[in-house]
Structures are given as C-alpha cells and as structure tokens.
Design a protein around this ligand. Structure first.
Ligand SMILES: NC(=O)C1=CN([C@@H]2O[C@H](COP(=O)(O)OP(=O)(O)OC[C@H]3O[C@@H](n4cnc5c(N)ncnc54)[C@H](O)[C@@H]3O)[C@@H](O)[C@H]2O)[C@@H](O)CC1
Ligand SMILES: Nc1ncnc2c1ncn2[C@@H]1O[C@H](COP(=O)(O)OP(=O)(O)O)[C@@H](O)[C@H]1O
Ligand SMILES: [K+]
Length: 528
C-alpha cells in the first residue's frame, strides 16, 4: 500500500479515517502521555468536556424549542460509571454537569476500592463539588443517561450488576450518551459481549474504534461523534494503525485521465466471465468496467451467448477464448458467471499459467481454484516467489473464502479480518471478504473496512458489478490494494445511489452498475 498517501492523513488528508483496535488506542494514549508528556488527567478533562459540549448544546436546542411552547425540559442526569477510566470519564462529565447546574445522580457499579487511579481522583474531585456516589442506581426518572460502564477496556461479557445496569439503561426513556463506546461492544470486532447499551449518541475520543463501524456494534452507537482531545496521529509514532476507511470524496485517489489519452491508455480489460446460463454476469461485469473508466473491454465467453452480450453491451468485444486476447489485455478479470464447466476450467488454467497481467479472481474462478488443491498450491507458490508473482486481487464472499480455506462459513464470519489477512499473505494479493462491511486486506497487513453500501446490494449480480469496477481500476491504479479499496468504496456509493432512486427493496445489480457513472461524476466534481 502507498503508505505515503495514508500517512499524509496527519496533515489532514481528508480521505482516510483510521479505525483503531483497543491495543492501538491504548498505545496511542500512553505515547501521548509518556512520550509527549500530556498528562492523562488533561486528556480525560478534555474527553469529559467534549461530552459535556454535546449534552449542553443538545439541551440548549431542546430548551429553545420547548420555551416557544412554554415548556421547561428537565435536566435530570444519571452517570452510570464502571471501575476503569471510562467510569472516570463519566464521573468527570457528571462533575462538569453539576457545575453547569444540571441535576446529576451518580451510580458507581464497581466498588470504590477496585477503582482505577484516575477514577479515584475523579471521585475525590466530584465529591468535593458535592457529588453523592451511590452503589445502586438511585431511584428516579432521568432525562439524560451517561453510559460510562466500559470503554476500550471491556474484556469479558457483561454479567451480574453490569448486565442489570445495561438492561436498565436500555429500558429507560432517556437520551443516552455512550462515552467512547456503548458499554458491551467489543472494541476490535463490534461484537456484543453479553449485552450492550443502545445509545443515541456515542462520543468517541481521538479516533474511531473498529467496533463502532463493524456490525453489530454500529447498530448500538447511534450517531458517532469523534472528538479531538489531544490524542493525535503523533501518538502513533512510527506504528500507523492497521485499519482505515474512506471518508468521501476519493477523487484525488482516482487514476488521472491524461487529456491526450486514447482508448488504449485507459485500460484494455479482458474478462473471463459468463456462461450459457449466466450471460448476465458477463454483461454486468463488462458494463461496470466501462463505467469505471476502461478504454476497451473484451469478454471471453461461449460463442452461444455472444449475440446476447453484443445486444446488451454493444461497446464490448467478444471472444471465444482468452488465448487469442491474452497478449492484447492490460488486465484480466475472471469469475463472474463463469460456471464450473470444463471449458471454464481450461480457460482459467490458461489465464493462471500462461498470462502475467494483473488479475482479479472472483466467484467461480475462486471456486474452481478451491476445488483443485494442486492448482491452488501452484498459485500460492507462484505468488510467494517474487520472480513469478503477479499483481493479484481476490474478491470472494465469505462462502467462497470458506471454500478456499476448507472450513465452514461460520468460521470465516467469526474472524473475517483474520482470514482476509491470512489469504492476502498466502497469495501475496489484495483479498476482500465481502459483506455488509467488506474487509480488504493487503499483503503488508493493512486493512480497509468499507462503510458505503446498503442491504439493497445483497442481490444477485452485485458482486459481478464489483469485479468489473475493480478490474477496470486495476488497469490504471498501480497498487492492487488501492484499486480494491477504491473499487469497493465506489461500488458501495453506487449501491447507495441506486437505493436512493429505486429503494433497497427494488434495486437490482444493474441499477448499481448504472449508478457507477453518476458516482464518478460526483467524485470528479468533489462533492457527494
Ligand atoms: N489517557 C487515557 O488513557 C484516556 C482514557 N480514556 C478513557 O479510558 C477508557 C479506557 O479505560 P480502561 O482501560 O480503564 O478501561 P475501561 O474503563 O473501559 O474498563 C476497564 C475496567 O473494566 C473491567 N472490566 C472489563 N470488562 C468487564 C466486564 N465484562 N465485567 C466487569 N468488569 C469488566 C476491567 O477489569 C477494568 O477494571 C477509554 O475507553 C476512555 O473512555 C479517556 O479518558 C481519554 C484518555
Ligand atoms: N447488507 C449489505 N450492506 C452493504 N453491502 C452489501 C450488503 N450485502 C451485500 N453487500 C455487498 O453486495 C455485494 C454482493 O456480492 P456477491 O455476494 O458476490 O453477490 P453475487 O454473487 O450475487 O454477485 C458485495 O460487494 C457485498 O459487500
Ligand atoms: K461506555
């Protein structure tokens, strides 16, 4: 991956949003305090102030609206604090709200004797300002609940009094602000450990955590507000986080289009796609490749389906076999609607063994390789050897990745990041694991987590569109991992546009393909 582009984010590169694990965040916290000398208590005060800002500005709006109706919204707050530094944040928030004139009750779920040092300090200060700390939830009705039970330190399922507190919070008719993360959400995976708070707003400090983006965690966060509390990219030192996502627009990452270019300049894409029963896959893939900027697209598929392809996609050329076009192509994409036929296998073998161009493998190309242990081993050996390695992208869904791995789909779904990384390393390739949050892994260990797209994209042919986009981008973007990340992101944006016009119920994969051009126009114009 082009680390230069990513590290530019320190100077405010608008495209990349880091997604941290708990360990990365802890390292960054401690570097900020220990190397740069910003005391933890200063960071904590800023963290607390940033939450207070959110509460106070919301309250102000409510009071303005209610005032016009002669109403007076109450300011009854409950702070629900755990025994770690997330709890300490909560106590600091409560103390600041007391000073703002709010009616604040404090519930400390863990005993004071088990409190972290910073929590002890915060308890001492809060008490000095008149806070009364209760060891059961004080009876009463609350307008605002601050969830500060657990943050990035959650390490086991929430049980006992913690479960009771979480369930109680979820049963209240109050505005819930989660501090850093909703309690019960695992920082790295977004899994619910036991049970989790359903927040209206999550104020997260310094950087996004992966679990705020992954499902199911993202369903618990409400609106996520990432606040700057003095923990910056300087705190990474030389260890940038593994994972990132894009924030729109990505125009500056798109391949440049030379004014004096010709159709050869913009990529000659050869697609091994389509079969008698799946001609549409080839059409969707080819159409998307054109919309994503390819100069020329040639589809290698059985002669029988040439007429239907020529009719639906007159811009494309057709061929009976890849052999004749192998030299012509700048890039090859293989798999959509290919089938597992003998012809498909023969064609794929030719591509794998007789060509060297950058290659995208999807769907049946992956299934054919997964079925053939010798072929898979040969591919691994080629890719492990720098002398024979080619630029390679794989775009499996979890079922296809499970076939490659030889395990159950559930196993992949439990650890998608792990398996994407494992295959990226094994094949020295950019490997995607598709889903509601597609994960792309690079051989250098970088992870892209995609957040564009919607459930309307869970429709037949959607993956074929992605293959067309990614193959087109691979012809002009040098780094396969970048081509994959950008392709996946644009594909999701096209899905969002299709959902906007046709709705998630009715949109088809062709609607996604037909939205690609509009997404690119928006990117070019630098707005979304
Ligand atoms: N410099 C810093 O370190 C900063 C830390 N901040 C806050 O500190 C938090 C991290 O603090 P901690 O590392 O203390 O972690 P937490 O406060 O998130 O939780 C850790 C505590 O909870 C316990 N615990 C974990 N899972 C449990 C379970 N299921 N049941 C019962 N107890 C459980 C642990 O044993 C530990 O005592 C962040 O999320 C953030 O809110 C912020 O104040 C910003 C600055
Ligand atoms: N709930 C969802 N939210 C966002 N994107 C989704 C969702 N479900 C599926 N997708 C996307 O739709 C595409 C489906 O691809 P794939 O499973 O290969 O479909 P097909 O084989 O039918 O073409 C993937 O890019 C995936 O990330
Ligand atoms: K929390």
């Amino acid at each position: 991956m082009n680390k230069c582009v990513l590290s530019a984010s320190g100077s405010g590169h608008p495209v990349v949003c880091w997604l941290l694990t708990a360990a990365e965040m802890k390292r960054c916290d401690s570097n900020t305090s220990e190397i740069f000398g910003v005391p933890s208590v200063v960071l904590m005060e800023r963290a607390a102030l940033s939450c207070v800002d959110v509460i106070v500005s919301r309250q102000k709006k409510l009071e303005e609206q209610a005032g016009q109706l002669g109403l007076h919204p109450k300011r009854r707050v409950l702070i629900a604090a755990g025994g770690g530094n997330n709890g300490a944040d909560g106590i600091a928030i409560g103390r600041l709200l007391l000073q703002e004139g709010y009616d604040v009750s404090f519930y400390l779920a863990s005993g004071e004797e088990k409190a972290s040092e910073l929590l002890k300090l915060q308890l001492h200060t809060a008490k000095a300002y008149g806070a009364v700390i209760c060891d059961t939830i004080p009876d009463g009705e609350y307008d605002i609940i601050v969830d500060a039970l657990f943050g990035i330190g959650l390490c086991r399922p929430a049980e006992g009094i913690y479960r009771e507190a979480i369930e109680w919070i979820n049963a209240q008719d109050a505005f819930v602000l989660a501090v850093d993360l909703p309690s019960g959400i695992e920082t790295d995976t977004g899994a619910v450990l036991g049970c989790a708070v359903r927040a209206d707003v999550t104020v997260t400090f310094g950087f996004w955590k992966r679990g705020l983006l992954f499902y199911p965690g993202c369903k618990y966060t409400g609106k996520v507000i990432c606040t700057q509390i003095g923990i910056t990219e300087d705190g990474f030192l030389n260890q940038t986080p593994e994972a990132f996502t894009f924030t729109a627009p990505v125009a500056e990452l798109l391949p440049a289009r030379p004014e004096d270019g010709n159709k050869g300049t913009f990529g000659k894409v050869l697609l091994l796609a389509g079969s008698e029963a799946m001609a549409g896959a080839a059409i969707l893939c080819g159409r998307s490749a054109f919309y994503a900027g390819s100069g020329m697209v040639k589809l290698s598929c059985p002669t029988l389906i040439h007429p239907v392809i020529q009719t639906a996609l007159p811009e494309a050329m057709t061929a009976d076999s890849v052999e004749a076009s192998a030299r012509w192509a700048d890039v090859i994409g293989a798999g959509p609607g290919l089938s597992l036929s003998d012809r498909a296998r023969k064609e794929l073998l030719f591509v794998l063994q007789q060509t060297l161009q950058p290659l995208v493998l999807d769907a049946d190309a992956i299934n054919l390789i997964a079925k053939d242990e010798a072929l898979l081993q040969e591919l691994i050996e080629h890719q492990q050897n720098p002398a024979t390695r080619r630029k390679l992208i794989l775009t499996p869904h979890p079922g296809e990745l499970a076939r490659l791995e030889g395990c159950a789909i559930e196993e992949i779904l439990k650890q998608p990041v792990f398996y994407a990384k494992k295959w990226a390393n094994r094949l020295q390739a950019a490997v995607l694991c598709k889903g509601a949050r597609s994960i792309a892994a690079s051989p250098d260990g970088s992870i892209y987590i995609n957040r564009s797209g919607n459930s309307g994209m869970a429709v037949a042919g959607s993956g074929d569109v992605l293959t067309g986009i990614v193959t087109a981008l691979l012809s002009t973007i040098d780094d396969p991992f970048w081509a994959l990340c950008i392709g996946v992101y644009l594909h999701g944006l096209a899905g969002d546009l299709a959902a906007h016009t046709k709705g998630e119920y009715s949109m088809t994969s062709n609607d996604i393909a037909e939205a690609v051009w509009a997404v690119l126009v928006k990117q070019e114009k630098n707005y979304v």
